[in-house]
Design a protein around this ligand. Structure first.
Ligand code: BGC
Length: 746
């Protein structure tokens, strides 16, 4: 970018100086990765690129699905790993590093993070998303966006919204009720928008209840801007535009990649025909120019970044991302010096450290666990299998068994082949390749001390084989330093602290979307409503292999002295956590809220806050978690608003969603909730209304009074809409009086 362009743009003046053609042009990309510039007015083009767990800037041929190479950049763990850290501070630091790498490459906006909910374990892009829980995803997304933007580089919060599968992703309609959208699929976006103001939000490809996200005015304007106060720009996912003029009116400012002028023509024609107002165009242009303005300061050439320091950070992140699922008899950390360790599995030598598609980063270097373990101790290696093969290789199996037979411990690196999960399609099943499980069985037949390290972007079935391993380290996809970080964890150089951000069900058939994923004939019905992830397994009292929030450490923690103070609709939870083991370690305290007295169905418990604490052996610290109003609120379907119903709430504090260590009940005053009456409201609903109840009680006389309050049949009568009762011969209130009363009391 040249010096004279570095001055800030005077946006209002420019908007009046631009011709309509230039304005329509600014709402379209100029190629795959750039906005358009307007030379005569000194408006520069800016570059946006993927990510988001690293920079994917293509210097040569461009595509948006990761086919062509990009410049080297640090590959941090993808979101599935980062989410398991439950560590917002770490994510902010990673974000700042990502921001520096963008600046070094003069990139204005990094296209991420993706914060869609993990509705099904089979979504092909789950590795790019944080969690099945909106609260956790929202907190971590906010931290990452704040980190990136602290370097003067923008983000693109994606994919807005209800993009929870890859099958038919460009057309499928996610059919989902408003309460579920509000409580499950939108809150993570809301949290990041209100807490970090991402420079851009990327609308998703799919439709929501039949309307394309790219032209959904309710979503892009009413909710995003008017309710949440979003100030930035909305960009289309690459190729998500359906009808460009409808998109501009809905609040979709920028079409990407370039439509080759097609979108511009549609806009110009619609303005000429009077179906799109120039005001809408001006608003979108203003947002594009605001984005360019924000980007200008960071686009000075010649800024580098510290490649080594970022690799060190990637290693720290990777170690924090892995989750120790199981560690029977304290098999881990590995004891070294007592004979060789058998390291088995091709993944130890050829790590799978990120997923495929638009997020694929060209790493600055790649560590392998095999090299790192070899550098630290005596190792015998056997690859055991070919990663992309569906068949066992008998010679490789034989060599692996031989290596395991003579070793004290066998560490098996198992995982999903890259072709199993990717952007663009969903997984066919939740299982590891059968030949890998056969290999585990063969190894466990000759060696009792087996530790499994998993590489997978989203959960895999462990129930059929996990009894053959004493220890399991869930390694997700850990980025370019994942190999060294895995060795750090196995050897106890770093104490594991990761916790599951998604439940590991016993079997695929237990998950809530069976029968309703990925949908059919263009529709996917979110019939499970609020009950995704642990909310479902809890509601159905299903055993799980490993619960949401689970993760072991090489030390142990005890909880005590729970104290909860309350406001009208808020609470503050404090407790003391003690490291009761022999090593320094980090614990994540999780606070779940239940609402047993609600007038609507509420999940058994919901994560509403968490805090992380690092403790030396024997050390104790007081931990405090603030619960705001939203921690207790639900989206009231009739009031169409967030509501806190007064009454009792359960506060559960635990080390996982199923390892609740302490709990208590609090009482909150909450809101004055008056459910509005309609002509269809039952007599019961009328009687429950503070003012209308009084009116009805005094109006009810004679036989109908007795009938409605009859101990035997009264309940049945009161379940009838009042307007229907009013039509019964002799009912003391007329239909007209009911209709008038609806007006009077609403
Ligand atoms: C993906 C986005 C990505 C964009 C640009 C799309 O196919 O869904 O996540 O940012 O391409 O590569």
């Amino acid at each position: 970018m040249s010096e004279e362009r570095a001055a800030a743009l005077d946006v209002p003046t420019l908007v009046s100086a631009l011709t309509l053609e230039e304005k329509a042009g600014l709402l379209d990309g100029s190629d795959f990765w750039h906005t358009q510039g307007v030379e005569r007015l000194g408006i520069p083009a800016v570059m946006v690129t993927d990510g988001p767990h690293g920079l994917r800037k293509q210097a040569g041929e461009a595509d948006h699905v990761g086919l062509h190479d990009s410049v080297p950049a640090t590959c941090f763990p993808p979101a599935a790993g980062l989410a398991s850290t439950w560590n917002p501070d770490l994510l902010t630091r990673i974000g700042a590093a990502l921001g520096r790498e963008c600046r070094a490459e003069e990139v204005a906006v990094l296209l991420g993070p993706g914060i869609n909910m993990k509705r099904s374990p089979l979504c092909g892009r789950n590795f790019e998303y944080f969690s099945e829980d909106p609260n956790l995803a929202g907190e971590l997304g906010t931290a990452l966006v704040n980190g990136i933007q602290s370097e003067g580089v923008g983000t693109s919060l994606k994919h807005f919204a209800a993009n929870n599968q890859e099958t038919d992703r460009m057309t499928v309609s996610a059919d989902v009720d408003e309460r579920t959208l509000r409580e499950i699929y939108l809150p993570a976006f809301e949290r990041v928008v209100t807490g970090a103001q991402p420079w851009t939000v990327m609308c998703s490809y799919n439709r929501i209840n039949g309307v394309y996200a790219s032209e959904d005015r309710w979503l892009l304007t009413d909710v995003l801007r008017d309710e949440w106060g979003y100030q930035g720009l909305v960009v289309s996912d690459w190729g998500a535009v359906n009808e460009r003029d409808a998109g501009v009116h809905a609040g979709l400012d920028l079409e990407m990649p370039s439509s080759g002028g097609g979108g511009t023509t549609v806009i110009l024609d619609a303005v000429a025909a009077g179906t799109l107002s120039e005001k809408d165009v001006d608003l979108a242009v203003t947002r594009v120019l605001d984005l360019v303005n924000k980007a200008i300061p960071a686009l000075a050439p010649g800024q580098g970044f510290d490649v080594d320091a970022h690799h060190v950070l990637a290693r720290e992140a990777a170690a924090a991302s892995a989750v120790l699922l199981k560690n029977d008899g304290g098999l881990l950390p590995l004891a070294t010096g007592g004979g060789p360790i058998a390291v088995i599995g091709e993944f130890a030598r050829s790590p799978r450290f990120q997923g495929a598609g638009s997020s694929q980063v060209n790493p600055t270097r790649v560590d392998t666990a095999l090299d790192a373990l070899r550098a630290a101790t005596d190792v015998v290696f056997a690859p055991g299998f070919v990663i992309e093969s569906e068949q066992a290789d008998p010679a490789l199996v034989e060599a692996a068994v031989a290596a395991a037979r003579d070793a004290e411990v066998a560490v098996l690196f198992l995982g999903l082949p890259p072709s199993y999960e990717s952007e663009g399609y969903d997984r066919a099943h939740m299982d590891l390749p059968q030949h890998q499980i056969d290999l585990l069985n063969a190894v466990a037949d000759v060696n009792d001390n087996v530790a499994v390290v998993l590489s997978n972007g989203s959960v895999v079935t462990v129930a059929p084989w996990q009894h053959r391993a004493k220890a399991i380290l869930e390694g997700w996809l850990l980025g370019q330093a994942g190999g060294a970080a895995t060795a750090d964890l196995l050897l106890g150089v770093v104490n594991p602290a990761g916790k599951l951000a998604e439940t590991v069900p016993v079997r695929y058939a237990d998950n809530p979307t069976v029968g309703a994923f990925p949908g059919e004939h263009g529709h996917v019905r979110y019939g499970e409503g609020l009950l995704i992830g642990y909310r479902w397994y809890d509601a159905h009292q299903l055993d799980v292999a490993y619960p949401f929030g689970h993760g072991l450490s090489y030390t142990t923690f005890s909880y005590g002295d729970l104290d909860v103070t309350t406001g009208t609709d808020t609470a503050q939870v404090s407790l003391t956590v003690t490291n009761s083991g022999a090593r320094a370690g980090t614990e994540t305290v999780q606070v779940y809220v239940s609402d047993p007295q609600a007038s609507v169905y509420r999940p058994e418990q919901e994560l509403r806050g968490f805090a992380q604490v690092t403790l030396e052996p024997g050390e104790s610290k007081r931990v405090t978690v603030e619960l705001d109003r939203r921690a207790f609120a639900f989206w009231h379907p009739a009031l169409r608003n967030w509501t806190v119903e007064g009454g009792e709430f359960g506060i559960r504090v635990g080390s996982s969603s199923r390892d609740i260590r302490m709990d208590t009940t609090i009482t909150l005053e909450g809101d004055d909730v008056v459910t509005p009456l309609t002509v269809e409201s039952t007599a019961d609903a009328w009687l429950a209304h503070p003012a209308a109840g009084e009116w009805l009680r005094t109006s009810l006389t004679g036989a109908f009074h007795d009938m409605l309050f009859d101990p035997k049949n009264g309940q049945m009568m009161r379940a009838i809409p009042l307007v229907r009762l009013s039509r019964f011969p002799g009912f003391p209130v007329s239909e007209t009086q009911v209709t008038e009363a609806v007006q009077r009391f609403s």
